[in-house]
Design a binder for this molecule. Structure first.
Ligand code: NAX
Length: 328
């Protein structure tokens, strides 16, 4: 048996946590021969609910689940962590401005960044899901002294999967036929699902779907607004698809990307594609199973460039709004 991987999950008693923990413990994330330790982090008022989740995990008797540590102590929660999945955050409430949300959640991510740096394994990789995830990731990364920036990610994989599913439905093909789908920029309503470089069965989407007005209009807005549509229908925000996005992100970063394809994840920009250095922006990424890199040379036509620039401008504004939380 391999040595267990230690995974820390914040917001573990929340609805994404509920859908995510069984996927990790059953082997979906790291494979069928990889044992896992789960460190489940919650705030004090949610510890009772977390105890219920732990009972259910016990009752699954997962062969790969080695140890469960439920805690509201960040140091304990991130001890020895190989992966830190930062899911917990405070939801936006009526009357709350975006800047208020950035400020409230920002403070959570300074403490978590520091605790990761002080307690996790040196190679720890951190994936931020809690919104606003790009800027929360920026804050955690800048407060995790000593942990390299390329070990921080924010999730846009759910958006990628949503975009693939919409394109497949429009073209009347299975979603596995869709490749090279990149979400650019921020995980927000400004995100750009790039249909101009996406492919269906190896052909450009624009050669398969001739309805350009649909691609530029309804397709983009459906992907951007999908979260709101799910809240309207379900009365609660996406959970199982979000948990699936987390599993897919980690698998895509830890297994080789198929030749010629790429995946979407927000990473610390090195200036590629004119995206200001240091912003956590979604772009096309490939992995060799251990290390990742930005796929270079993806053409952005005028339409795409405008969309990418608008989303990146929003990220710059968010960085400005939280600059007090970023040590210089
Ligand atoms: P829930 O409200 O169901 O759960 C959040 C959990 O986080 C709660 O149990 C809460 O007690 C806990 N929490 C709050 N502050 C914490 C802290 N400081 N430390 C540890 N735990 C803390 O939300 P859920 O539906 O699970 O969503 C979690 C986050 O994911 C939200 O911010 C949501 O906006 C975000 N999402 C991000 C997505 C993405 O693609 N990046 C998509 C889905 C989702 O909307």
């Amino acid at each position: 048996m391999k040595d267990p991987i230690t995974v820390s999950i914040t917001g573990a008693a929340g609805q994404i946590g509920y859908a995510l923990l069984t996927r990790i413990a059953s082997g979906s994330m790291f494979g069928p021969d990889q044992p896992v330790n789960l460190r489940l982090i919650e705030i004090e008022p949610a510890m009772n609910a977390l105890a219920g989740t732990v009972m259910e995990l016990d009752d699954c008797a997962f062969p790969l689940l080695n140890e469960i540590v439920p805690t509201c102590d960040l140091a304990e929660g991130f001890t020895g962590s190989d992966w830190a999945l930062l899911v917990g955050s405070v939801p936006r409430k009526a009357g709350m401005e975006r800047a208020d949300l950035l400020g409230i959640n920002g403070k959570i991510f300074t403490g978590q960044g520091q605790a990761i740096a002080a307690n996790a394994a040196p190679g720890v990789r951190t994936l931020v899901v809690g919104n606003p995830c790009n800027t929360n990731c920026l804050i955690a990364m800048n407060n995790a002294a000593g942990i390299p920036n390329d070990q921080f990610f924010a999730m846009t994989r759910l958006d990628e999967n949503r975009a693939k599913s919409q394109l497949a439905a429009k073209a009347g093909v299975h979603n596995s036929a869709v490749s090279n789908m990149c979400i650019w920029g921020n995980h927000s309503a400004t995100q750009y699902p790039d249909f101009t470089n996406a492919k269906i069965d190896g052909k450009l989407v624009t050669d398969v779907i001739s309805d350009r007005a649909w691609l530029e209009g309804e397709f983009i807005s459906t992907v951007q607004q999908r979260g709101a549509a799910i809240i309207a229908a379900r009365g609660q925000s996406s959970a199982t698809s979000a948990a699936n996005g987390v599993v897919d992100t980690v698998r895509s970063l830890t297994t080789p990307t198929p030749e010629g394809d790429w995946t979407s994840v927000a990473v610390c920009s090195d200036g590629s594609y004119g995206i200001p250095e240091g912003l956590i922006a979604s772009m096309p990424i490939k992995s060799d199973g251990k290390n990742w890199s930005v796929v270079q040379g993806v053409e952005l036509d005028e339409f795409s460039r405008g969309k990418v620039d608008a989303s990146v401008a929003e990220l710059s504004e968010e960085r400005e709004a939280v600059k007090d939380l970023i040590p210089s």
